[in-house]
Design a protein around this ligand. Structure first.
Ligand SMILES: [Zn+2]
Length: 373
């Protein structure tokens, strides 16, 4: 069945985070991190809330890859303050943490035999990558057992996403690079996913063009607000695409790689991307060639289109200075090779693999991990 569900109202534009009318809320829990608070981005929101005479409290303890402990603290704050809205201001980690507060807040209320009135979730991303502002997914880290807990629920889809490019200006170029390549991974995976359809494909085609045209500009000049705006919207559109179509092997393998070794998510995706295209072209060469043609790359045959796309991906990754091998992260060859069998087994059962167009064998997954050494 074809279709697209969009639960989130999306608002976009310069200063939109300040200009938005929050007056339908009376008690707001602002979820953010200490950096946002320190560099004054939080003040933009609080000044607006003050102006609109809305009561608020700030929870600014979210760390990168939010832990279960942080979420537990946030849930306590949620129960105590009882807000009618949560404003999540920050990168994917902050928005995921806020989603965790709602997910586990509901459970805590159930345990206490109390009725849970779900607060509205307003997501204001400050990086352009995760697309968390429109998805039903969040990832929480169990730091004791070194595992990532994926949360999937319609309850955690944000009600409002506010895309204000001015908030992304402070994002360092290395973060813009890794976030931007994550956007490309989302749409390349969504485009060939088994649950893709006309609607998600249209989004993916548009986003591929946006990323290839603007990501380099953003990485070279973080003050280029026009390009920042386009990448911010691309990230959001990619989120709409993949929350409807699912992802694939690239994310399955990068989740495990990034869990085992300290490689940021976008960088792990970028390392794996060419290998995944080479595997998936087995039944998706026509789709990759279509993307290559849309990007203006040579694609007189499907084979030529796939090669052009691979060349384009390598050019983009090199230009924005992403690592092209695991050893560039200072990981020892021996440690990495020893970890491959266990990583391949774990990747083969990651939920993202379910919508990959090719069902790889464990051996094929191992070969891909070896190829990025
Ligand atoms: Zn991703």
């Amino acid at each position: 069945m074809n279709g697209l569900t969009l639960t989130t109202k999306i608002v976009s534009g310069e200063n939109s985070s300040y200009n938005y009318d929050y007056s339908s809320y009376s008690r707001v829990l602002i979820v953010t991190d200490q950096v946002m608070n320190k560099i004054g981005l939080c003040d933009i929101i609080t000044s607006r809330l003050n102006e609109q005479r809305i009561k608020y409290t700030i929870f600014d303890e979210v760390e990168a890859n939010p832990s279960f402990e942080t979420v537990t603290k946030g849930v306590a704050e949620l129960v105590e303050f009882n807000p009618d809205a949560i404003i999540a201001l920050g990168g994917g980690s902050v928005i995921d943490a806020a989603k965790g507060f709602i997910f586990y807040g509901k459970e805590v209320h159930k345990e206490l035999n109390k009725t849970f009135v779900k607060p509205a979730l307003v997501a204001i991303p400050t990086t352009s990558g995760a697309g968390s502002e429109v998805t039903a997914y969040a990832v929480i880290t169990d730091t004791k057992n070194h595992i990532k807990i994926p949360l999937v629920s319609d309850d955690i889809i944000p009600d409002i996403a506010i895309l204000d490019p001015l908030l992304t200006k402070s994002c360092p170029s290395r973060v813009s690079a890794e976030s931007g390549i994550d956007v490309l991974t989302h749409v390349l995976e969504s485009y060939v996913a088994t649950d893709s359809n006309t609607f998600t494909e249209a989004l993916s085609e548009k986003v591929c063009k946006m990323v290839f045209q603007e990501l380099i500009n953003v990485v070279k000049d973080g003050n280029n607000i026009k390009s920042r705006m386009i990448m911010h919207e691309a990230s959001c559109l990619a989120g709409v695409a993949f929350t409807n179509s699912g992802l694939g092997l690239n994310h399955a393998m990068s989740h495990i790689l990034g869990g085992k070794f300290p490689i940021p998510h976008g960088r792990a995706n970028a390392l794996l991307m060419p290998q995944i295209i080479k595997l998936n072209k087995r039944n998706s060469a026509d789709k990759y060639a279509k993307i290559a043609a849309l990007l203006g790359f040579p694609s007189s045959t499907d084979e030529e289109g796939v090669i052009s796309l691979l060349v384009g991906v390598e050019y983009l990754c090199n230009t924005i200075q992403l690592e092209r091998s695991v050893t560039e992260f200072g990981i020892s060859k021996e440690d990495y090779l020893a970890a491959i069998p266990e990583m391949a087994k774990a990747a083969s059962v990651d939920p993202c693999i379910n919508t990959n167009p090719v069902k790889p064998t464990i051996q094929e997954i191992e070969e891909i991990y070896k190829a990025i050494l």
